[in-house]
Design a protein around this ligand. Structure first.
Ligand code: T4K
Length: 376
């Protein structure tokens, strides 16, 4: 086995432990563990500045944040989204009795194709849920135009796009609202966590109440609500990691360069994202290293993944086989794959390789050497 310790896609980035312990001690000293404590309020303020957004409501995870955003926007009936996403995006709709309508993606961005979205609209459609997949910004303008024409609500799942920009503008400022995940496996984590960000004052207020059972004050409930609150210990982790976020970004940049240089010499393997001279690429968190394995490589994608796993490189096929091929969607809409040719083609060849602060360019050289050797 080439690597003694496993190389994971999604191994957490972890900031300064001393700082985390100091924040956790403050929390214990105050005997205030959750319910909008000082650390959560500080975290929301720092995030607001970092993301350049007007309102930021942190939550216990990204999935609940999505569910609350969807409910606060009053979505019902059908909502259009890509099948090329983590299943949480679809579940957040289905969980609330909304039908997820899976739509094909643009082959360049791998995000929703506005022309395809237009084709998926029915009289029951109330919204469009774009996903900035692998941190790549959606065609925001195109999607907003479709939403405006058909009077639909547009929101974004920005779980992969923390700190990224789209045409130079910070992700977090688009649509009615955007939703981040701070799960342990994300570029930026608070153990578990998420946030809804928006420029809409009334929506922000509604979401804030909904994530606390709908309470407007101690004895007054204004909405149906749930418990979406973030704990103080999660906020402590978020504050700790936010201090060193620029270093995490640099590390991912160095790792991406190491992959790009190594894989460039291997026929049948290519990275789906790469330097294009744009400020968006420079700012990107590069959380996922997304490779495509084509028939020009002697091993199939799955054979390559299994060979890598045998060497303790735990590559992943995110998001194979696609939400539309998972339950309950495959049973409810068995033929939907037929209208998703780009999604299906992408999912057939995709392989995500480990990056983050647990991985170094030297490890990547060794990993790439294996892939090269198997190509001979
Ligand atoms: N929307 C999108 C587009 C998303 O990608 C996600 C989450 C969401 C919404 C929902 O946000 P959250 O509700 O999760 O905040 C993982 C994560 O659990 C999930 O957050 C993430 N997307 C998804 C892409 O990845 P799994 O089922 O693949 O997790 P698992 O346990 O297989 O772990 C992934 C890899 O990370 C493994 O190789 C092990 C490694 N790992 C994991 C943890 C937890 C570590 O090395 N250390 C760790 O602490 O879903």
């Amino acid at each position: 086995m080439e690597f003694k310790n496993p190389l994971h896609v999604g191994a957490p980035n972890i900031g300064d432990r001393e700082q985390f312990h100091a924040l956790a001690d403050q929390m214990f000293d105050r005997r205030w563990l959750t319910n909008h404590g000082e650390l959560v309020l500080q975290f929301e303020n720092e995030l607001k500045d970092y993301l350049g957004v007007q309102h930021c409501i942190v939550m216990c995870n990204g999935t609940l944040a999505l569910e609350i955003a969807i409910r606060a926007l009053g979505l019902t009936g059908e909502v259009i989204l890509p099948a090329l996403t983590f299943v949480a995006t679809a579940h957040a709709l289905q969980w609330q009795g909304i039908t997820p309508v899976f739509c094909d993606v643009d082959p360049q961005t791998l995000c929703l194709d506005p022309a395809e979205v237009e084709r998926c609209i029915s009289p029951r459609t109330t919204g469009i849920l774009g996903v900035h997949i692998y941190g790549q910004g959606c065609d925001v303008k195109g999607l907003q135009a479709v939403a405006d024409t058909h009077q639909l609500k547009l929101l974004f799942d920005a779980a992969h796009a923390f700190g990224n920009t789209h045409h130079g503008e910070k992700i977090g400022n688009f649509g009615e609202c955007e939703v981040f995940s701070f799960h342990a496996t994300k570029f930026f984590n608070s153990f578990e966590g998420g946030a809804v960000v928006t420029t809409n004052d009334a929506l922000a207020e509604k979401i804030r109440l909904m994530q606390n059972f709908g309470f407007a004050d101690a004895d007054r409930v204004e909405h149906i609500g749930t418990n979406g609150k973030m704990t103080e210990v999660c906020a402590a982790m978020g504050l700790t990691n936010l201090q060193v976020i620029d270093r995490f970004r640099e590390i991912n940049g160095e790792n991406h360069t190491a992959y790009a240089q190594g894989l460039a010499e291997i026929e049948g393997l290519r990275l789906l994202h790469g330097p294009d001279g744009s400020p968006d690429w420079a700012a990107a968190n590069k959380q996922y290293v997304v490779a495509e394995v084509s028939s020009a490589y002697p091993l199939s994608r799955d054979e390559l993944m299994h060979r890598l796993q045998a060497e303790n490189v735990l590559a992943r096929r995110y998001f194979w086989p696609g939400c539309h091929r998972m339950e309950p969607y495959i049973s409810l809409q068995p033929d939907v794959g037929k209208r998703l040719p780009i999604t299906e083609a992408v999912l057939a060849g995709i392989l995500l390789l480990p990056t983050g602060s647990a991985v170094s360019p030297r490890m990547i050289e060794r990993l790439v050497a294996l892939i090269k050797q198997w190509a001979l």
